[in-house]
Design a protein around this ligand. Structure first.
Ligand code: FES
Length: 114
């Protein structure tokens, strides 16, 4: 695993999502995203288990209109923010891939496969 700096704490806001391009990412799109809910920060790979493509069509837009669930923009799959489990849509029962988060004094770090 490789440790990467994700962001400073003030880069994330409650109920918002944000995408990041980390490591050896040559896709031109964000490869991970973070969501803050209830003061906790959840980070997942930006890959929908349905077709293996990015979840977002617009930068930093990973949530449904209510901000209650993670939503895939392609076919509307809905995922729990806390666990990444798909609860509705074509990949129901599958889950997003979580990215471990470390809380440090200068901000958030994530651990990604090399
Ligand atoms: S690619 Fe995400 S729901 Fe189809």
């Amino acid at each position: 695993m490789q440790k990467y700096f994700l962001c400073h704490y003030d880069a994330l806001s409650e109920g918002q999502s944000k995408g990041f391009s980390l490591g050896d990412n040559t896709t031109g799109t964000d490869n991970v995203f973070a969501v803050m809910k209830g003061g906790e920060i959840y980070v997942y790979s930006n890959i929908c288990p349905h077709r293996g493509i990015n979840l977002d069509w617009q930068k930093d837009q990973f949530l449904d209109p209510d901000g209650a669930l993670i939503q895939c923009a392609s076919h509307g799959a809905l995922f729990l923010i806390e666990t990444g489990e798909c609860i509705a849509g074509p990949c129901s029962g599958d889950a997003l891939t979580p990215v471990p988060v470390e809380y440090a004094q200068d901000g958030l770090y994530v651990l990604m496969p090399e």
